[in-house]
Structure formats: structure tokens, C-alpha cells
Design a protein around this ligand. Structure first.
Ligand SMILES: [Zn+2]
Ligand SMILES: [Zn+2]
Length: 140
């Protein structure tokens, strides 16, 4: 947490209280929130917070490689505080986004079919384990 703030300061990022609140929210988050979800939570504590501030802070963090933007939901962008390479599954029942760690030799960074792959993100759509369990529970 403090590491990230140090990294941001080293990169010359000016951290206003509002920006700091967004950074802190993201670092605590284990889900993949949308701009609106972040805004709704932070606005209670920071009445000066605007959706534009949330958005511009997210854009900034994305630009310097501290977070990822996901377009797994077709209607809205989600943000992932984990910048490391991993994939996602969107559950069509509960609409949760799960992190999926798969080692796929085709989906990787670097040289692929004479192209230089710089960014990789696989979006998987289906049903999460919790919802599957619920469904099976009903049948039995
Ligand atoms: Zn689910
Ligand atoms: Zn993720």
C-alpha cells in the first residue's frame, strides 16, 4: 500500500486527498469495481469527490501500469487493482468477475506468430463455482 504511494510520488504523481482515496480504495479491493461503484462508496466519505476525479485517477493508474482496465462487461469498464497477467471469468448468474490463472501457451506476451504481443487478456464467460454449487444443490 505505502509502496504504491511511494511509487506514485516517485513518478511525479500529485496525490490530492481525492486521488489518494481512490488509490486506497483500489488497493483494498479484491473485486473488479466500475467507476460508478468506486464513486458511490467514496462519495460518502469525501463529499468533494466527483466521478470525473475517480475516472481520471483510474486513467492515470492505468497509464503507469498500476492497474488494468477490463472490458469483460460489455456495458461498463471494470478496473483490476492487480496489474499482473491473469485472466477473468464473468459469471452470468451472479455477475461476479473471478480471477482465472491459466497457463495458456498461445495466450502470452512476446513473440506470437511473428507479432509482438504487448498485452493479453482472455475473457471467459460462464458460471462461477458458487453458482454451480447452488444449482446442483437445487437438483439434488
Ligand atoms: Zn456466480
Ligand atoms: Zn483480476
Amino acid at each position: 500500500m505505502s509502496n504504491l504511494i511511494d511509487r506514485l510520488r516517485n513518478k511525479g504523481v500529485v496525490l490530492t486527498p481525492q486521488r489518494l482515496a481512490v488509490v486506497e480504495f483500489l488497493k483494498k479491493s479484491t473485486t473488479h469495481p466500475t467507476v460508478n461503484e468506486i464513486y458511490k462508496v467514496l462519495r460518502k466519505k469525501y463529499p468533494m469527490m466527483s466521478q470525473a476525479t475517480v475516472y481520471s485517477t483510474l486513467e492515470l493508474l492505468k497509464r503507469i501500469g498500476e492497474i488494468q482496465e477490463l472490458s469483460i462487461r460489455k456495458d461498463k469498464a471494470c478496473f483490476d487493482p492487480n496489474p499482473k497477467l491473469h485472466h477473468h471469468l464473468l459469471c452470468r448468474k451472479c455477475e461476479k468477475i473471478l480471477d482465472i490463472e491459466v497457463n495458456c501457451p498461445i495466450i502470452k506476451k512476446g513473440k506470437v506468430k511473428r507479432c509482438e504481443v504487448e498485452e493479453v487478456q482472455a475473457y471467459l464467460y460462464g458460471i462461477c463455482p458458487a453458482c454451480l454449487k447452488k444449482e446442483h444443490g437445487k437438483k439434488e
